[in-house]
Write a protein that binds this ligand. Sequence first.
Ligand code: HEC
Ligand code: HEC
Length: 246
Amino acid sequence: MNAPNLKRLKPLATALAGLAIVATVAGCDASEDADLENGRQLFIAQCGTCHYLNEAGTSSDIGPDLDAAFAAARASGQDQDTFEGVVEAQIENPREVAEDDPTYMPPGLVEGDDARDVAAYVASVAGVPGIEPPTAPGGEGGQIFANNGCGACHQLAAAESAGSVGPSLDDEIPGQDAAMVEQSIVDPSAELSQGFSDAMPGTYEESIEPADLDLLVKFLTTCAGTVEPGADGELEGPAFCFNEGE
Ligand code: HEC
Ligand code: HEC
């Protein structure tokens, strides 16, 4: 995978930490120091609702395309640390404009170590030529589920996700029809699931394309509660819920 030339200017940064960062990008264990996987998950949930970023699989066009924003600077050989600084500054101090201004970005969406992780993650992938998101479990629908960060908040066996901010979709979706599930995604505040706060982003109606939304709803109504580990521990369920060729 692409992790060119990673360097960080943290006081504890060592050659080893640099190697650990590369390992994280490649999908291995996160290092304590720079948690790019945490940065990636937070980016998908907090930033991907507005920004296109290829490696994250997010495709919203409410804010600027971050691959396009960094491609020229990357091609001209600008330093990774510079990118990281730019992203962190943008998270902390976006331009102060009215919320209905098209250039509005909410300040302080992530803070402290989380902000550093997000900045390090974006700096490591934005504008890298040819970079692609990792293939998610669950076939096409599972890819949309992953790309939109649903798994960070929801448990769903078919997507191999275990988030607990929102209800378990394996528990809640069986018995619901497509219209009900779609309503929960595009207008989550309309009717809150019992015992949960209004924590689900309200931007999916804008950020998920209609065809993708249909696939996502089909994935949820087909695969929630029906995909389970079989006797050998491998997940089993309707064929639609699995990547082809597996
Ligand atoms: C509600 C939508 C929204 C969210 C959520 C959001 N952004 Fe933004 N972002 C924008 C907009 C709009 C701009 C353009 C701001 C401007 O022109 O001043 C922007 C600009 C940026 C830029 C500068 C891009 C450039 O072309 O210079 C970066 C970097 C960035 N955002 C990163 C992030 C990160 C990281 C997060 C998550 C912590 C995030 N954004 C969350 C809307 C959003
Ligand atoms: C930041 C956390 C978060 C993210 C990201 C998130 N959700 Fe949710 N979701 C929640 C919470 C909290 C609730 C319960 C409150 C409510 O109903 O809005 C919820 C409720 C739901 C429900 C209703 C469940 C029920 O009880 O019937 C569905 C369906 C759902 N989410 C699907 C999704 C899908 C699909 C995505 C990705 C496109 C997603 N969520 C992303 C937090 C999240």
